[in-house]
Design a protein around this ligand. Structure first.
Ligand code: UD1
Ligand code: CA
Length: 474
């Protein structure tokens, strides 16, 4: 239910993002592994609004799908009926027109409306709360956030009257020479009574350099009506930076990345070289873990306590148990148990499970395979589509021959088996408990438990062969 002190949020995410020079939707560009717009949604949710309306247009289906699939499941309150809505802006006629597209969704709303742009990902709930308090205390009709950017870029400029009051906003393209020196920029964040917002928007025209309906025009329309307008000057200019091109995107990512690393460090993780460490937003790392340089932890990765990760390692959507070490290696979509060692130079591909105490590498590849407790695959090998028990020794150069050119087959190696060097295990095949495979064997048939299988030519020695050959003058 909405009441007079209710809060609605409108997030504009319909723009084409021309300056990104991309086929993808701007607000879905990832920053540390999650879409830009998710950060804005998080900040908005921090105000506990009664309703959030996301205005979508360009690539709108993709934007809706992304928010529904990645953001909403983590925000159960927003999943309650009527809290999150999408409004379509079929044609991108400017930010003012975009807010108007949310009018229907907000018809029942009486309280305040906060308007945010979907391309301002560094905004925080704290800043928005301070802004709301400012608006309520200053008793103005319309408030906006302004700031002093390092680079004025394409930001709209805040024009003040002789009394210092906010008079209007001029877009960069429409600046007169007299206004060109203004250093106060518009952050694109506004608060007003919902009814007033739409009344003002009804008067916005499109007589400007771009021929668009500018939301920013509500400022001077309000002033013309004799209403008070105030700007809340954000001390933290970074937090309100807009992302219009990929350079701004990389700067925003740098800021988020540093914040993530700072949080990890304060939570008891050692980050040896922040400048070469990349940790996605959702990654969790346990106490006393050391992250060495050139390390990438991506997606929904969880690293336990007391691990050493890196140098030169990438771990994607995987879990790593306490006390494990992964160095110079790649781990994808896999489960790594406690006290496991991987690397150097190993590749753990999707759907691998390495149980406690497993050793893999140097130069090993593992895919869709379970390695039981304490199993060792110390040297270069390929283990694919295999179920390998506990305490197995995999010799150097072992290959599970899983692919016959048409289908994949499984190899089963039971507990305590010993696979000699350079063995080919032609799947489907089962090596029984504690069986031995002689080095250099190509195993095509099942090997029963506790037996030895040798599958190779017997060695032939031709004594004196070299001398005979020389005699024949070859
Ligand atoms: C806008 C402001 C500018 C401000 C800057 C802050 C206007 C006219 N200008 O400029 O004063 O300094 O943001 O970052 O508002 N969008 C739609 N539909 C549209 C057009 C845009 O939904 O038809 C959305 C975009 O997806 C984007 C946001 O509105 O998320 C801002 O649009 P953008 O074109 O980036 O505006 P700026 O030029 O950055
Ligand atoms: Ca922008």
């Amino acid at each position: 239910m909405t009441s007079d002190n209710s809060l609605s949020v409108v997030i504009l995410a319909a723009g084409e993002g021309t300056r990104m020079k991309s086929k993808a939707a701007k607000v879905l560009f990832p920053i540390c592994g999650r879409p830009m717009v998710d950060y804005v949604l998080d900040a908005a949710m921090g105000l506990e609004p009664d309703r959030i309306v996301v205005v979508v247009g360009h690539k709108g289906e993709e934007v809706i799908e992304s928010i529904r699939n990645t953001w909403l499941p983590r925000n159960p309150r927003a999943a309650e009926p009527g809290v999150l809505e999408f409004a379509w802006q079929r044609e991108q006629k400017g930010t003012g027109h975009a807010v108007l597209c949310a009018k229907e969704s907000l018809q029942a709303s009486r309280g305040l409306v906060l308007v945010l742009y979907g391309d301002t990902p560094l905004i925080t709930a704290d800043l928005l709360r301070a802004f709301r308090d400012f608006h309520v205390k200053s008793e103005t009709s319309l408030s906006l956030i302004s700031f002093t950017p390092e680079d004025m870029g394409a930001y709209g400029r805040v024009v003040r009257d002789e009394r210092g009051g906010v008079e209007r906003i001029v877009e960069a393209r429409d600046l007169t020479p007299a206004e060109a020196g203004i250093r106060e920029a518009n952050a694109g964040i506004y608060l007003a009574e919902t009814k007033l917002m739409f009344d003002l928007l009804a008067e916005v025209g499109c007589d400007n350099a771009k021929g668009e309906y500018y939301l920013t025009d509500i400022i001077h329309i309000a002033r013309k009506r004799g209403l008070e307008v105030a700007a809340y000057v954000a001390g933290d200019a970074q937090a309100v930076q807009g992302v219009n091109d990929r350079y701004a995107l990389s700067l925003a990512e740098e800021t988020v990345r540093k914040a993530i690393l700072r949080r990890l460090c304060l939570d008891g993780v050692t980050v040896r070289d922040p400048s070469s460490t990349y940790v996605d937003f959702d990654v969790e790392v346990g106490l006393d873990t050391v992250i060495e340089p050139q390390t990438y932890l991506r997606g929904a990765t969880r690293i336990g306590a007391g691990c050493v990760i890196g140098p030169g390692t990438e771990i994607i959507n995987s879990t790593v148990g306490d006390g494990s070490r992964v160095w110079f290696s790649v781990v994808e979509e896999s489960h790594i148990g406690k006290n496991v060692q991987i690397g150097p130079y190993s590749h753990i591909r999707p759907n691998a499970t390495l149980e406690e105490g497993v050793l893999v590498g140097n130069f090993a590849e593992v895919k869709n395979t379970v390695l039981g407790r304490g199993t060792k695959a110390h040297h270069h090998c390929y283990l694919g589509d295999a179920t390998i028990g506990a305490g197995v020794n995999i010799g150097a150069g072992t290959v599970t021959v899983n692919y016959d050119g048409v289908r994949k087959h499984r190899t089963v190696i039971e507990d305590g088996a010993f696979i000699g060097c350079n063995a080919n295990l032609i799947a489907p095949v089962t090596i029984g408990k504690e069986a031995y495979i002689a080095a250099g064997s190509t195993i095509t048939d099942d090997v029963p438990p506790l037996s030895l299988a040798i599958a190779r030519e017997r060695q032939v020695v031709k004594e004196g062969w070299v001398a005979q050959r020389r005699q024949k003058g070859r």
